[in-house]
Design a protein around this ligand. Structure first.
Ligand code: SAH
Length: 193
């Protein structure tokens, strides 16, 4: 298959992620932050995640990772596109459910509401699940050993180091309500983990 199928898929997917994020950034611009967990680790993790997101775009726009290219086949390509679309749908759904309670980094805002409805009744981190699905899609679609898995590696490290800190912050702020929420939900995969 022509690698431009993959390049088009990645360009469309990345544009969709950026558009969704900008829209919600604008919606959340007036919120007042009451608790901020933006430590050095969080800064480093965000920078690492941004690199993971940009590397596939560099692969699209240049020949810098050409040495790691392999040929594109229809089965991984189609499965990858399915994962990208599912990931994007889940990404929009979790953004809609969180509304103005969303933030890029770990924060609690004035009037922060604990969201347990919509997709949040099934798992506690649907947005992270969405980005993981998207990353699996990217790894399957991009026929390059560096640019394909870059996003997945960055997201796995970010979420592995962040989920515990985020849950402790939520427990500190919402107390018993969050404790009960934890007992009836899983982190990422409904009914499993
Ligand atoms: N981890 C969640 C949310 C990611 S956005 C997910 O993957 O869907 C990160 C911010 O969302 C955190 O700073 C936290 O303040 C907020 N948040 C996380 N879970 C929440 C919930 N159930 N209700 C309200 N806000 C939540």
């Amino acid at each position: 298959m022509n690698p431009w199928f993959a390049k088009t898929g990645i360009l469309l997917g990345s544009t969709a992620i950026v558009v969704i994020r900008v829209m919600y950034r604008l919606r959340c611009r007036n919120v007042v932050v009451v608790k901020n967990r933006m430590g050095r680790l969080e800064v480093a993790l965000m920078a690492f995640a941004s690199i993971g997101f940009v590397v596939p775009l560099l692969w699209v726009a240049s020949s810098v990772f050409e040495i790691a290219d392999y040929s594109l086949h229809p089965v991984p390509f189609i499965s990858g596109i399915l994962c990208l679309v599912l990931g994007l749908l889940l990404f929009v759904w979790s953004h809609m459910a969180l509304g103005t309670n969303w933030s890029v980094t770990l924060k609690v805002q004035e009037g922060h509401e604990l969201v347990t409805r919509g997709i949040y009744c099934c798992v506690r981190h649907p947005m992270y699940l969405a980005l993981m699905l998207y990353s699996v899609g990217q790894a399957l679609v991009v026929p390059n050993w560096v640019a394909g898995p870059s996003c997945g590696i960055a997201m796995t490290i970010l979420f592995a180091l962040r989920m515990g800190v985020e849950e402790r912050m939520m427990l500190e702020h919402f107390g018993k309500d969050y404790e009960e929420y934890v007992t009836r939900t899983k982190r990422l995969v409904p009914g499993i983990w």
